[in-house]
Ligand binder design. Structure first.
Ligand SMILES: [Zn+2]
Ligand SMILES: [Zn+2]
Length: 409
């Protein structure tokens, strides 16, 4: 809250010794003089991952985790980029900085900062299976989330309501495979829509590639290439333009960004894809997102199927991640901050929030190295509908006892 004659935003917090404060340009580390995922152009930017709302163009210097270099360049072109291996430490103006896997997308990192005996971690976006510590339930296209002990944890909260609880991903992939198999048996193309960076690769790696050919949109393939070059195993994929035999298309799974819905590109799959417009002739379409758990989301999208699969932690995952840091203080960003802050305070933690300009990865930008048919920015809000979204969270059932912050080692 600003008072008359108060210092500019961030100054009080900096005076307190906070390692990260809010500034108009983005989250700022005062002793290190750098920003983390800034939304305005700055001199020095530490980037948690290459999604468009976190990795913006125009910074003079970028620092990111080495596995993400390829996807960052695929999205931002020629940038001045320094990379760190996960866990590698550098010292910058007395701040010890290291990057640790966030399990969200290829190269995604939590930023650990250590200065004058204090440790802060900025999570960026992260994913870990909420219900149990099961390696098979992690995002298999990137390094798994690694808990990092700290005094203060700056956490995302994209799905920070107790209603968000993901089912095991193997069950979701089995559903997708069943849908694809049934379509293929009926000689209908299967159009599966999800974000071109991260979600598309996770889908390609997770489906049963034995069912039929895998075709991708031109916005997806440059990112597939970056994943393969980083050593991530993806099944063979081809561009739609390379398919000459319509019979092949009728048994294929076509992975494309959400922006193709209703487009001429989608009509190339063999007819109208919208419900009620000649269904049975064209492709069957489906949308994959954590938001598909929200009541009415599939219908509003106008797709045949909605599959709930997110690259963000669900409520139990957020609680498990926070508990694992052993932190005494949590600062919540981009999501349902108020609910989570209230819940954390009830658990005896210091909690607050930062106002950021991060979205939910809905902002699709064209890869710099892309060809034709690039994804357009997504103007449509991807978040829960204010009317039909969850009205009130059910009883939080986080691991309350686990949240008792233990001392740092
Ligand atoms: Zn993201
Ligand atoms: Zn985000």
């Amino acid at each position: 809250m600003m008072r008359a004659g108060a210092a500019p935003p961030g100054c009080e917090a900096a005076a307190r010794g906070d390692l990260v404060v809010e500034r108009p340009e983005g989250l700022y580390c005062p002793p290190g003089d750098f920003y983390i995922d800034p939304w305005r152009p700055v001199h020095r930017a530490v980037i948690t991952h290459a999604h468009a709302d976190h990795a913006r163009a125009g910074h003079a210097h970028y620092l990111a985790a080495a596995p993400g270099a390829g996807v960052l360049r695929a999205r931002l072109g020629a940038i001045t980029l320094q990379t760190l291996a996960y866990g590698e430490r550098i010292d910058h103006f007395g701040v010890r900085l290291s990057l640790h896997p966030a399990g969200h997308v290829l190269g995604s990192a939590q930023v650990r900062l250590e200065h004058a005996g204090r440790v802060w971690v900025v999570s960026g976006d992260y994913f870990l299976a909420g219900a149990a510590d099961d390696p098979a339930e992690g995002n298999l296209t990137c390094a798994p989330f690694e808990p990092v002990r700290c005094h203060c944890f700056v956490t995302e909260s994209t799905f920070g309501l107790p209603v968000y609880r993901w089912r095991p991903q193997r069950a979701v992939f089995a559903e997708i495979d069943d849908w694809w198999r049934a379509n293929a048996a009926a000689r209908r193309p299967s159009l599966l829509m999800g974000y071109s960076f991260g979600k598309a690769q996770r889908l390609l790696a997770g489906v049963d590639a034995g069912i039929g050919p895998l075709i991708v949109h031109a916005a997806v393939e440059p990112l597939n290439r970056a994943y393969r070059e980083a050593g991530v195993a993806l099944p063979p994929t081809r561009l739609l333009s390379a398919v000459t035999d319509p019979a092949e298309l009728r048994v294929a799974l076509v992975v494309a960004p959400p922006s193709v819905a209703g487009s001429t590109w989608a009509r190339r799959l063999g007819g109208p894809t919208r419900r009620g417009e000649g269904q049975g002739e064209g492709a069957s379409d489906a949308f994959v997102s954590g938001w598909m758990q929200v009541r009415g989301a599939r219908r509003r999208r106008g797709v045949d199927r909605g599959f709930v699969l997110s690259d963000h932690a669900d409520w139990p995952g957020l609680m498990r991640a926070i508990a694992a840091t052993g932190c005494e203080r949590v600062i919540v960003t981009h999501g349902d901050e108020a609910v989570m802050v209230r819940w954390l305070r009830q658990q005896g933690l210091q909690a607050g929030s930062f106002r950021t300009e991060y979205g939910d990865d809905a902002l699709e930008v064209a890869p710099a190295a892309g060809t034709d048919l690039l994804a357009r920015p997504e103007p449509e809000a991807m978040g829960p509908d204010p009317v039909e979204g969850p009205a009130s969270p059910d009883t939080p059932a986080g691991p309350a006892q686990a949240l008792a912050a233990g001392p740092l080692p």
